[in-house]
Design a protein around this ligand. Structure first.
Ligand code: NI
Length: 258
């Protein structure tokens, strides 16, 4: 089956899928869902790349999440540069700032985010950005490395933050939280983001949309998130498939268009 939709952010290399990874991929593929698989550490970046190289409709992003910023060495950045030679590596991610959990010191997170933004600019690859409780610093660091294209993944922020990202040419990606019962403010942001700047994702194995909230998530459920977007946009789900597909290809332009 040809592709109809991208899950623009899912961690199928995660240990949660060790028992049935292939079946999870095939379920998504059978419905025309392609996968973008970001790493969050060096090891999981390598696994993302390896998975993408073995699966036609999967692509990898490589990078280190702010949680693990404390462990990043100069050699790791050199390794990421080397891995980016793989044609299945289409971006740098997920990278960013997380001041909610603060698993790495804030200054270290900023330094590692900046270094990976610079790497993305050097390699001319787009970035997938994680930002939690860190909106002003995220924008400030993006501004320090102008010219980098990217997406704010699993957007749960304010409309003002979305507008700031859009003004910088960024895309905004929505995951399961848009389906949660009380997420009225977040759904208003979905309505406000223009169709040509909107992506959908699952962030699997996390954040299953309603009615599966709390269960392990999987890439196939990106269809549910597209349905919620369609309701907010007063358009058909098919139309959401179509515009998010072209947005994904436009941003991750190393992927061959099919
Ligand atoms: Ni993620």
């Amino acid at each position: 089956m040809s592709l109809t939709l991208f899950d623009s952010h899912c961690h199928i290399q995660d240990p949660d899928f060790d028992a049935d990874r292939e079946a999870v991929y095939q379920r998504a593929r059978a419905q025309g869902v392609g996968l973008l698989v970001p790493g969050y550490s060096m090891a999981t970046s390598y696994l993302a790349m390896e998975f993408a190289e073995l699966h036609d409709e999967a692509y990898a992003l490589i990078g280190v999440h702010p949680h693990d910023a404390k462990d990043v060495s100069e050699e790791d950045l050199t390794e990421l540069r080397r891995w980016s030679d793989s044609p299945k590596v289409v971006g740098i991610g997920e990278i960013g700032l997380d001041y909610h959990y603060m698993n790495s010191p804030a200054l270290r997170q900023q330094e590692v985010f900046l270094r990976q933004l610079e790497l993305a600019r050097e390699l001319e690859l787009p970035v997938s950005v994680h930002s939690r409780d860190a909106e002003p610093d995220t924008l400030e660091l993006l501004d320090q490395v102008p010219g980098v294209q990217g997406v704010l993944h699993c957007f749960t922020g304010s409309e003002e933050f979305a507008n700031q990202l859009l003004a910088r040419g960024f895309y905004v990606s929505f995951a399961g939280p848009i389906s949660f019962k009380n997420a009225h403010a977040l759904r208003a942001v979905v309505s406000a983001v223009p169709k040509d700047r909107l992506l959908v994702e699952t962030d699997a194995p996390y954040l299953s949309p309603a009615p599966w909230r709390g269960q392990r998530n999987e890439p196939l459920r990106v269809i549910r998130n597209a349905e919620v977007v369609a309701a907010q946009k007063n358009c058909t789900t098919k139309e959401v498939f179509s515009f998010t597909m072209s947005n994904t290809y436009n941003l991750f332009s190393r992927m061959p268009r099919k």
